[in-house]
Design a binder for this molecule. Structure first.
Ligand code: ADP
Ligand code: MG
Length: 599
């Protein structure tokens, strides 16, 4: 290096995504995503004056001016196509270079130093030509690529740095337009992708399309709209509302959609959109798409010659994995709570930044995360209609789960249990047990003056948790909007926030044994869990059930022991087949047997 060349800045990590891109750096034990906002849409365009625009501005004009906007250029990398933008022609790597250059500018601004060296991630399935095109794009944007790593490897690295022993992770990556699922083997500091499959044409954009169709069908009932009306301005507006609604439904049980103007009819009347979408309704729309991803998960397991039992961690990557239904489906299949301590859209850039720091000679033994150390929720009556025994008035309904990145705001909807119930007592607990009596009561209040209504009047309980542990609780009667709030100043000590070792957490979970309980007193002004409450929380995961069964085995009589052994074998067989429905069924059978035998 020439003597008077200034020392280069730190090596940074770049996730050049199909839908969004991010740039990050590791410093002081943390990974910082650079720029504001931290996520930049991978969209490039020319504005009305012919000026180049990258990111949000380009995304905003994409639907209206497709002839001068390019999205998802990553799909074209390494192919020979040219891209027409206005009157000019570009190669895919030139378009990618625009994104990489925009990332460079924002990072240099944030770090106040020139940058040159980067670790860039690419999908595990990228061919040599696609990698070469990515290198070429980086060069055009003045980056030296010190290493190119696989996206699933980066995601695994973000969570696994500092872990010991050989482990297998399943990385489930659902972005805007692509789905990738990979199995990564981790041993000491060596990460290897042992299987990778997916669907290159499936992503969150398809979830948007489901809602667009739903909205359009509603509009067709109100106006005389032919199918061809769904284009141009109307299609663009509905797409925007759809994405907003979808994102809202990831954290809240229902969404009110209200758009004053989404377009006009052939006769020139303005069209406005107003409707309410419940989460379950939305989930029914997207369920077939999620089924397809679960099929690919099976395929990845098959390819790696592993079963669900061999997977120690499930890692969520990509913005679309914020959808609660996806988390539930994976939790049921693997019997593990998926890792989500890093925002899923930042996971790949985080891992790239960790790799960059390691190459730079920085000691990295863990990544500090701002996550909640506890689960917070409320009590509800668990009135599943599958027999008297399951009636449990002390059921803990989690709202914000342990290890969720903070700050975070989430809500769930509950219903009253009595006719004309006038008030409802809201109790907020902290803890991990599904019986509130084993958790810590950290605040309570009563909402009075509920509207006269039959049982089933909906009350939303919302929790907003800050980084400092301030928890704001708001309960609201849905029909009237009547609400009451409470602020809990110290729901945890900020010092409690730390990286929790996954292995340790799993051990804790295995030892957190749920005892059988007596269903005595019934709280009067309770809430009932609404239909949607995740069942995974109420029963143990399959791994845990098998442990319990095996622990019980020696103390049983011959006939009980035979029953238990058969139930365990059936559950294991279902898990080997990775058959979700069969697992759920065998799991519940074993759970029932254990319930009686452990008493
Ligand atoms: P990629 O890696 O393909 O570039 P991302 O990981 O950034 O894409 O994911 C983008 C997708 O995630 C988009 O479809 C976006 O609508 C979706 N998304 C973002 N936030 C949420 C959310 N809270 N709930 C559901 N989907 C979301
Ligand atoms: Mg991404």
């Amino acid at each position: 290096m020439a003597p008077n060349v200034p020392a280069p800045g730190p090596i940074v990590g770049i996730d050049l995504g199909t839908t969004n891109s991010e740039i990050a750096v590791y410093r002081d034990g943390r990974v910082d995503l650079l720029g504001e906002p931290q996520l930049i849409p991978s969209v490039v365009g020319l504005d009305e004056q012919g000026q180049l625009i990258v990111g949000e501005a380009a995304k905003n004009q994409a639907a209206l001016f497709p002839e001068r906007t390019v999205r998802s250029v990553k799909r074209l990398m390494g192919g020979g196509q040219t891209i027409q933008l206005g009157s000019e022609k570009f190669k895919p790597e030139e378009i990618s270079a625009c994104i990489l250059r925009a990332l460079k500018q924002r990072a240099e601004q944030a770090l106040e130093t020139p940058l040159r060296r980067a670790v860039i991630t690419v999908p595990a399935y990228f061919s040599d030509a696609q990698r070469q095109a990515t290198f070429a794009a980086a060069e055009l944007a003045d980056w030296d690529v010190v290493r190119m790593i696989h996206e699933p490897t980066a995601a695994a690295l973000a969570y696994e740095v500092g872990q010991e022993g050989r482990r297998h992770l399943l990385v489930y990556d659902l972005g805007g337009g692509t789905f990738d699922v990979s199995v990564v083997a981790v041993e000491q500091d060596v990460l290897e992708v042992i299987a990778s499959t997916g669907d290159r044409r499936l992503g969150g954009d398809d979830f948007d399309t489901c809602l667009v169709r739903h909205f359009f069908a509603l509009l067709q009932q109100q106006h005389d709209l032919p199918a061809e009306a769904l284009q141009g301005r109307l299609a663009a507006s509905l797409q925007k509302s759809a994405e907003r609604t979808k994102i809202h439904l990831s954290d809240f049980p229902y969404a009110l959609v209200e758009e004053a103007y989404v377009g006009e009819t052939a006769a020139g009347e303005p069209i406005h959109l107003r409707c309410e979408v419940m989460r379950e309704q939305y989930e029914a729309l997207i369920a077939p798409l999620i089924d397809r991803t679960m099929e690919a998960v099976q395929k990845a397991l098959l390819e790696s010659e592993l079963t669900v039992l061999d997977i120690e961690e499930v890692v969520l990557v990509g913005g679309s994995t914020r959808t609660p239904l996806i988390q539930q489906r994976l939790e049921t299949l693997f019997g593990l709570v998926p890792r989500a301590g890093i925002h899923p859209e930042f996971c790949v850039a985080t891992g790239a930044a960790v790799q960059a720091a390691v190459i730079d000679g920085v000691a990295v033994d863990a990544v500090l995360l701002d996550v909640t150390p506890y689960t917070f929720g409320t009590n509800a009556i668990d009135a599943r209609h599958d027999g008297e025994e399951s009636y449990n008035p002390h059921f803990f309904a989690p709202i914000i789960r342990k290890n969720t990145p903070i700050p975070v705001t989430r809500s769930e909807v509950f219903c009253t249990v009595n006719e004309n119930q006038k008030e409802v007592e809201i109790k907020i607990y902290q803890g991990e047990s599904d019986d509130v009596r084993d958790n810590l009561l950290i605040g309570d209040f009563t909402v009075t003056g509920l509207s006269p209504a039959p049982a089933g009047n909906l009350v939303t309980v919302q929790l907003a948790l800050t980084k400092d542990g301030v928890l704001e609780v708001t309960a609201q009667e849905k029909v009237s909007g009547l609400q009451k709030s409470l602020v809990i100043r110290r729901s945890f000590q900020p010092g409690d926030v730390k990286t929790v070792s996954a292995a340790k957490e799993r051990i804790n979970r295995l030892f957190a044994e749920g005892e059988s309980r007596d269903d005595d007193d019934e709280a009067d002004d309770s809430l009932e869990a609404s239909a949607d409450d995740s069942r995974e929380n109420e029963t143990d995961g399959p791994h845990h059930l098998i442990e319990r069964a095996e622990a019980l085995q020696p103390s049983l009589g011959e006939s009980d022991a035979t029953d238990i052994a058969a139930a365990v074998a059936a559950l294991k067989a279902a898990m080997v087949e990775s058959d979700v429905d069969a697992i759920a069924q065998k799991q519940s059978h074993l759970d029932d047997l254990l319930f009686y035998l452990e008493m």
